[in-house]
Design a protein around this ligand. Structure first.
Ligand SMILES: [Zn+2]
Length: 228
């Protein structure tokens, strides 16, 4: 009888935790978040707004969203500075060198770098997810994140293989997300909107969870094979 009661308690806890979101999908997963640019390097600047500021706003929201899922979150920057912190002697080379080193030092499971796009063509718009072109896992992760992200951005841009240094030179599995075009007046407005930023973060999290669950499932299968 005691056993039956125990089973009932366990089952009801499982149902309760799923229904009320107590279950943390990224429990113990280490994630590095990289807000692109910073300090002397503003990134793109459109309509008086700076990319590095928007990148940081989104990263800080994403941090909270991922922490709620139980992830351990690390940031390359949490304020308006570049990695050299030298200000008057800013060098993009040095910033990237230090950024890459910092990212790998956390020995995290995933890296997400956030940027905003710009184009001379003011009507260009839409999010795009990039991965290092030689990484199969990166490609999978990018596709999972893109699948969720486009539910909010409605972008039809496919994921894209690239050689961006932040992905190429790091050992951490990661993606770089261009959330949208700041050069597009309408999209720039959305990207600055707090509620829209929150929606982006939830979708990025959902995509990451989808990928991570696949990893966990394949690990379970491997263990089963070994035990058989
Ligand atoms: Zn950028």
């Amino acid at each position: 009888m005691k056993k039956v009661i125990l089973v009932i308690i366990c089952l009801s806890f499982m149902v309760f935790s799923n229904v009320y979101g107590v279950k943390q999908e990224l429990k113990g997963v280490k994630i590095v978040l990289d807000a692109g640019h910073g300090g002397f390097d503003n990134g793109t600047m459109d309509y008086g707004y700076k990319e590095d500021d928007i990148n940081l706003e989104i990263i800080l929201k994403l941090k909270e969203v991922l922490k709620k899922e139980g992830a351990k979150v690390y940031l390359t920057r949490d304020g308006d500075y570049d990695m050299t912190k030298r200000n008057h002697h800013y060098s993009k080379q040095d910033d990237m060198y230090l950024r890459v080193k910092k990212i790998d030092r956390f020995k995290a499971d995933y890296l997400i770098s956030i940027h905003q796009n710009a184009s001379g063509n003011k009507s260009a718009w839409g999010s795009q997810v990039f991965y290092y072109y030689r990484s199969t896992k990166g490609n999978e992760l990018a596709k999972d994140i893109n699948q969720s992200l486009k539910e909010v951005t409605h972008s039809s841009k496919p994921v894209s293989g690239c050689g961006f240094r932040v992905l190429r030179a790091t050992k951490t599995l990661g993606v770089l997300i261009e959330c949208g075009f700041m050069s597009n007046w309408n999209e720039c407005g959305q990207l600055r909107n707090k509620a829209y930023q929150e929606k982006l973060c939830i979708k990025i999290k959902e995509g990451l969870v989808r990928y991570h669950q696949k990893v966990l499932r394949s690990k379970k299968k491997e263990v089963k094979k070994v035990l058989e």
